[in-house]
Design a binder for this molecule. Structure first.
Ligand code: CAA
Length: 403
């Protein structure tokens, strides 16, 4: 058997739609003080998919920059995590597999457990790579967070995808084998099959999130996971950025003196993208991780990150990772910022039509081009979704790694 030193995330890219709705406009539409959103919830904008975008197009746009020839040939498994699936049977990953021409001798599967699915995918991927170190696993998380118009959850909506390559001897972060778990059958957030918008008991969801964090943390420590005084940065699942502050408070209280060296600076850089994109459910924790790596001014090489994943319903997992020494050479920070800066602001009527009317359309149709990304949904023909490469790669803002 080949000996491997480390397993973890070798590459990461994010994608979010080219349009957003400003929470100042949402506040004006509902007659609410905008400070409730910007300060109370900690959100500024929500990303809004155009009618020709869905979880598949966002995913394909996130994955495409990762596919150098070496990666394309080595991907043995594609795991697609989502809770806004487009089909009850076929994995969204197969559409991505087709659009991007991945190799046929590859397994493709969809994982679902609310916002937690991608973490199950990461753990599964790490174990696959430990068994077969030459293989790479592609993890995609892509979601559209949608609540009822006018509900308390509306201000936390968003859309986006993250794509990660898990490999042996990764260039970005090594994931440690210990993890702490906590599962509880609870109705804090759910979406029956006939609904496009989630139902949520907001206060309960916050309570269960915080309980899951402290229970998963305690399980992590019981199993020999690192004490918090060995952790330098924290990254929490972020349905809205204020949640990270609440999570930090609960964890610091549970960990006591072990957390004395940690403060707001330990998680602030992980909030930059989420504040501008909104909730992305299964992608949210990993967009937060990407935000931390891209935006932290300190060199994180050799530093340890504690990560908490939460999916309502509910599953929580706490685990740790060490940042690799040369990670900065492989980030796409400039491209991510350029993509977010280039977005167009939507007026209220367009936002409402795109976010709430489009999911009701089930008939066959051709879709005019609105999407800013390379891949889009061109049509629905005989109930089949037809995707296309709408913008040639050469015309796009480069999403290659900086170095
Ligand atoms: N200026 C500044 N702050 C203000 C303010 C103002 N004018 N008005 C209110 N605030 C503050 C409040 O004091 C409060 O702060 P704290 O939480 O620190 O006490 C904050 O703004 C929110 O105010 P409310 O509690 O009154 O907000 P709300 O009742 O309208 O709803 C919510 C908040 C429950 C989070 C709601 O947005 C919601 O249901 N969101 C969706 C569910 C969710 O995201 N749950 C998170 C845990 S579950 C999870 O993580 C899985 C997932 O992704 C869904």
């Amino acid at each position: 058997m080949t000996l491997i030193n480390a397993v973890g995330i070798d590459d990461i890219a994010i994608y979010s739609p080219g349009h957003y709705y400003d929470l100042a406009d949402l506040a004006a539409a509902h007659g609410i003080d905008p400070a409730k959103y910007t300060k109370g919830i900690g959100q500024e904008r929500m990303a809004v998919p155009s009618p020709d975008e869905d979880i598949v197009t966002m995913a394909a746009n996130a994955v495409a920059p990762l596919l150098s020839d070496g990666v394309r040939d080595a991907v043995s498994t594609v795991i697609f995590a989502t809770e806004s699936g487009i089909d009850q049977s076929k994995s969204a990953g197969l559409f991505v597999h087709g659009v991007l021409g991945l190799r046929p001798n590859c397994r493709v599967v969809e994982f679902k457990q609310a916002c937690y699915g991608a973490t199950a995918g990461i753990q599964f991927a790490c174990d696959l790579v430990r068994q077969r170190p030459a293989e790479k696993v592609l993890i995609i998380a892509s979601d559209i967070a949608r609540y009822e118009r006018g509900s308390e959850g509306e201000c936390t909506q968003g859309a986006g995808a993250v794509a990660m390559v898990v490999s042996a001897n990764p260039r970005l972060i090594e994931i440690h084998p210990q993890s702490g778990l906590f599962s509880l059958d609870v109705m804090d957030f759910w979406r029956p099959n006939h609904r496009s918008a989630a139902l949520v008991d907001g206060k309960l969801s916050i309570d269960v999130y915080l309980r899951s964090l402290t229970e998963a943390w305690a399980d992590f420590r019981r199993k020999g996971g690192l004490p918090l005084d060995a952790v330098d940065k924290l990254c929490f699942h972020q349905p809205f950025t204020k949640m990270a502050k609440k999570a930090f408070g609960a964890l610091a209280e549970a960990a006591g003196p072990e957390a004395a060296h940690l403060g707001e600076a330990s998680y602030a850089d992980s909030q930059v993208y989420g504040r501008l994109i909104g909730n992305t459910y299964s992608a949210s924790l990993y967009i937060g991780l990407c935000s931390l790596l891209d935006n932290c001014a300190e060199n994180l090489g050799g530093r340890t990150i504690g990560l908490f994943s939460y999916g309502s319903g509910s599953v929580g997992e706490f685990f740790t990772a060490t940042v690799r020494p040369s990670y900065r050479r492989y980030l796409r920070a400039d491209a991510h910022r350029t993509m977010l800066d280039a977005r167009q602001r939507l007026d209220d009527a367009t936002y409402a039509a795109w976010f709430y009317e489009v999911p009701k359309q089930v008939e066959d149709r051709a879709l005019p081009q609105e999407a800013a990304g390379r891949f889009r949904l061109a049509a629905v023909e005989e109930q089949r979704r037809v995707y296309e490469e709408a913008i040639p790669e050469a015309q796009l803002v480069p999403l290659q790694a900086v170095a």
